[in-house]
Write a protein that binds this ligand. Structure first.
Ligand code: KG4
Ligand code: ZN
Length: 355
């Protein structure tokens, strides 16, 4: 009898992850080896370094997932799901190659999954001991905000996406990372900015908002320039100065600049998502991607959703950032819908969400 269990593999960026998920919801085991420390030395991801770390960790992570899931033999699962894109080509290839080998040796179907739909499907996940809770209700709107992507989609049903808007330049997480670096904070910038902002005692500074008219599109590239100018001013340097080193800022300035930057990003993201929910007649709201781990963003959207009388589903922070359980959740629906890949499956670094 079918177990409804999917073995899922994720390696699109800088987390090596393997999970076993039951019927698209219940996490049986989820293991993530993060490369954050490795990349903090360079202040960002070096693709060759990331791919090599995936090679180093993929098998230990797989073994750990199998132990935790109490699975003797991989042929006990229904299928192997793997992220085919978008992401870094070399990193994706490591996961794809492992998933192919497993599927082939255990005689299992191979199911390709889009990393972006994985971030949306994280909202369906339940931790191993977590009590059952209702799944997000369709139609819904989802905001995915990560280091590589920022977009709003409408979903009428499983696997059916209508793109409402997306960033025209940087992703929100990328803006957090770049501004974090300008402020002399550690990598990745998102959590560091959130922590610094919480320490702000005055809130007098203001960063611009790119509203992009009435659209649901986003633009965050201007924030980096605004941040440069404000950091220069705080250091008593001319706005176009090339010698900016956020390490020289007073702690109070870092906190206030971090707060003002975060306020701008949160304002734009939450306003657009809530407007999309209102005007599309959504019955629930979903938030996902690494930036959704931001407590201030979550609170702002939660308050707006409550005002609209709509349930908001946000995965816990560890399921907002990259993991394989979300690939297992999306993979289950892809598997049920008949999606299959053969041994020719290749990495698709620029894959879009099918609309
Ligand atoms: O989804 P993710 O793990 O990887 C991608 O698919 O990109 O997202 C990583 C991004 C990074 O840019 C990181 O700075 C951001 O998520 N991030 C946060 C927070 N935690 C992670 N941004 C704001 N606040 C946070 N607490
Ligand atoms: Zn991601």
């Amino acid at each position: 009898m079918s177990s409804g269990r999917i073995l899922a593999v994720e390696s699109s960026c800088d987390e090596t992850a393997v999970a076993v998920v039951e019927r698209g919801r219940r996490i049986v085991a989820s293991v993530v080896a993060s490369q954050v420390q490795l990349h903090s030395a360079t202040g960002g991801i070096v693709p060759e370094v990331a791919a090599r770390a995936h090679l180093r960790w993929m098998i230990p992570v797989l073994d750990e997932a199998r132990d935790r899931a109490g699975i003797e033999d991989w042929s006990d699962v229904d299928a192997v799901a793997v992220t085919e894109g978008p992401g870094l080509a070399g990193s994706l290839m490591v996961g794809i190659t492992m998933a192919k080998s497993l599927a082939w040796s255990a005689g299992l179907p191979l199911v390709p999954v889009n990393h972006l739909e994985g971030h949306i499907y994280a909202a369906w996940l339940l931790d191993p001991e977590e009590p059952d809770k209702p799944a997000p209700e369709f139609p819904l709107v989802a905001l995915v905000v990560s280091g590589g992507h920022t977009f709003i989609v409408e979903m009428q049903d499983h696997l059916r996406y209508r793109l409402l808007g997306q960033t025209v330049d940087d992703a929100a997480g990328e803006a957090f990372d770049k501004v974090g670096r300008l402020l002399g904070l550690s990598y990745p910038g998102g959590p560091a900015i959130m922590r610094a902002a919480a320490g702000a005692t005055t809130h007098d500074r203001r960063f611009p908002r790119a509203w992009m008219g009435e659209s649901y599109d986003f633009s965050f590239s201007g924030l980096k320039t605004a941040a440069r100018h404000q950091v220069a001013a705080a250091l008593g340097l001319p706005p176009e100065s090339r010698e900016i080193d956020g390490g020289g800022l007073a702690q109070a300035d870092v906190a206030e600049l971090a707060w003002a930057f975060q306020d701008s990003v949160v304002d734009v993201l939450s306003s657009k998502l809530l407007r999309a929910a209102r005007s599309s007649g959504a019955r629930s709201i979903v938030l996902g991607g690494g930036v959704a781990a931001n407590g201030v963003l979550r609170e702002r959207i939660e308050a707006g959703a409550t005002g609209l009388g709509l349930p908001l589903v946000v995965p816990r922070p560890g399921l907002c950032t990259d993991n394989a359980a979300m690939i297992g959740a999306a993979g289950y629906h892809r598997f049920e819908a008949g999606a299959r890949a053969d041994r020719g499956l290749d990495a698709r670094p620029s894959l879009k969400l099918a609309v």
